[in-house]
Design a protein around this ligand. Structure first.
Ligand SMILES: NC(=O)c1ccc[n+]([C@@H]2O[C@H](COP(=O)([O-])OP(=O)(O)OC[C@H]3O[C@@H](n4cnc5c(N)ncnc54)[C@H](OP(=O)(O)O)[C@@H]3O)[C@@H](O)[C@H]2O)c1
Length: 216
């Protein structure tokens, strides 16, 4: 497995080491998905290391919530550049190598459907991810490549901790709307990604799986 990172080599190396300790194979590779050459470099590293590509998980993403009055051109370009253009560029690089049985998993967000206040830019990117997922499912179906979106609700991650969302009214409000009554954990999402990567989901493409403990 290629574990991509943009800035935090420590975190990516830790993930790769954990995978190897558990009996798998993994390498950490730097690359900014919003740059075409880097996106190609990430995919090329997989081909160079393993000789093939079976699954692409488009997980890289950034989020910042702000009222419409505070939306800036710069934040729009950064968020769409990573969440949308980055997803397109890595997918473009990967489709050269993905063959029959390949699976692309786009990490979207419940935000595309929940449309939370102050989330115009972020929810906009995830609405685009939903649409692109549907388009590419049709476009790549003839090659027997599946494309699905996995849309988490609120998850406790390094990003939501660093962004100051964990333990706030923002989290509490979302958890209060979550039938299963808690924030998500990375493992809640990972097990669904494994399902979407595997043959167990061979008849699913163009789907949007909402993984939010019932939050929608
Ligand atoms: N946490 C939630 O509540 C939640 C809910 C719904 C959807 N999501 C989605 O889930 C995904 C992961 O979110 P998270 O909460 O786990 O965030 P996170 O902890 O901040 O992780 C984001 C990841 O994206 C990488 N990244 C950022 N910019 C990149 C770039 N230009 N090129 C390549 N990689 C880049 C980061 O790498 P570095 O650390 O190296 O910069 C990091 O590995 C995102 O797509 C997010 O929108 C999250």
């Amino acid at each position: 497995m290629v574990v991509n990172y943009a800035s935090s080599s420590d975190g990516a190396n830790r993930v790769a080491t954990d995978i190897v300790s558990a009996g798998g194979q993994a390498v950490a590779v730097r690359g900014d998905v919003s740059k075409a050459a880097d996106a190609r470099g990430i995919v090329d590293a997989a081909i160079k290391t393993y000789g093939r590509l079976d699954v692409l998980v488009n997980n890289s993403g950034v989020y910042q919530f702000a009222p419409i009055e505070a939306v800036t051109e710069q934040e729009f370009q950064r968020t769409f550049g990573i969440n949308v253009l980055g997803l397109l560029l890595t997918t473009q690089a990967a489709v050269k190598y993905l063959g029959e049985g390949g699976s692309i998993i786009n990490i979207g967000s419940v935000a595309s459907r929940l449309t939370p206040a102050n989330g115009a830019v972020y929810a906009g990117t995830k609405g685009a991810v939903d649409a692109i997922t549907g388009v590419l499912a049709r476009e790549l179906g003839p090659k027997r490549i599946r494309v699905n979106a996995l849309n988490p609700g609120f998850v406790t991650t390094e990003g939501t901790k660093a962004g100051g969302y964990v333990g706030t009214d923002f989290e509490n409000t979302l958890v209060a709307q979550t039938p299963l009554g808690r924030a998500g954990r990375p493992g809640d999402i990972a097990s669904i990604a494994v399902f979407l990567a595997s043959e167990d989901s061979a008849w699913l493409t163009g789907e949007r799986l909402i993984a939010g403990g019932g939050l929608r």
